[in-house]
Ligand binder design. Structure first.
Ligand code: AMP
Length: 281
């Protein structure tokens, strides 16, 4: 696996591969890798001649400075996992490489519209602008044919779909199902910050989503969501939201939308750690 810290060297290596007609697959991450990330790499491996992964903890997408400071970093283990999974190129830039204009410099503003005003958008001001800024830069550098992202970050996938439309970047977005621990907890780098006991408690999020899925046909949504919120609170969570939305545009639903796919989404804090998860209904 080749490792690059600088944009110029990365672009030169990728340009050579492209000249040779190779199909480039890209998996952007913030590191502290787990099996969920690796499943993205494996899927990319199936589609692509050259698999590029980036590890960059992007400061502009953290609305909570504590969350940024405490974000886990495990580069040596990450490199071992990526190598074992058959990654060809790892891009590991420093902040100054990604933000020569400065983190607080002038950045583009993306019109994500309604998508940026609900759920994660409402609870994490500017988060999706930060995501847009960094993914746009990374896509410019890597110019992938295929881009692989996790359904775990459902709203983020929709934002990236919109970013691809806005920027007219011709990469194809592939959305990969969420990998879970045996107890149902969605794998996440932030799980590393949970104690063994909290990891058990955290499984209540996926239990709650399964309850919603089971009840969606015969229980009114407000009752279903109120029960879900109570279930989470009783387990010790501080709940940001539990919602049912249309899966194609995230319209918040109070009743079933006939003929439209639906998704239940949760964001809740356990101690200092904020967790998100979702399930298609
Ligand atoms: P992150 O490093 O958390 O920014 O995640 C990098 C990519 O991995 C994103 O596209 C995530 O949606 C995806 N991802 C994170 N957790 C999981 C998971 N449990 N299963 C599948 N993909 C995931």
């Amino acid at each position: 696996m080749y490792q690059f810290k600088h944009r110029a060297a990365l672009q030169e290596a990728i340009a050579q591969e492209k000249k040779a007609g190779k199909r480039i697959g890209f998996v952007p991450t913030m590191g502290a890798l787990h099996e969920g990330h690796i499943s993205l790499i494996r899927t990319a491996r199936e589609y692509s001649d050259i698999v590029v992964c980036s590890i960059f903890v992007n400061p502009t997408q953290f609305n909570d400075p504590k969350d940024f400071e405490k974000y886990p970093i495990t580069i040596q283990e990450d490199i071992l996992q990526l190598t074992a999974a058959g990654t060809d190129i790892l891009f590991l830039p420093a902040v100054a490489e990604m933000y020569p204009e400065g983190v607080n410099g002038r950045h583009p503003h993306y019109d994500f519209g309604y998508l940026e005003t609900v759920l994660e958008g409402a609870y994490r001001p500017n988060h999706f602008q930060g995501v847009g800024i960094i993914v746009h830069k990374l896509l410019d550098f890597v110019q992938p044919d295929d881009l692989f992202m996790g359904q775990k970050d459902f709203q983020q996938c929709m934002i990236i779909k919109k970013l691809l439309e806005i920027t007219q970047i011709p990469a194809k977005l592939h959305i990969i199902p969420t990998l879970r621990e045996k107890n149902g907890l969605a794998m996440s780098s932030r799980n590393m910050r949970l104690s063994a006991e909290e990891r058990q408690t955290a499984a209540v999020i996926s239990q709650t989503l399964r309850h919603i899925k089971a009840g969606v046909g015969d229980t009114p949504f407000p009752e279903l969501l109120q029960n879900a919120r109570k279930h989470l609170q009783d387990a010790g969570f501080q709940v940001d939201y539990v919602a049912i939305a249309a899966a194609d545009d995230l319209e918040i639903l109070q009743q079933p939308a006939i003929g439209r796919p639906m998704v239940a989404l949760v964001a809740a804090k356990l101690g200092e750690v904020r967790l998100i998860d979702n399930m298609l209904l």
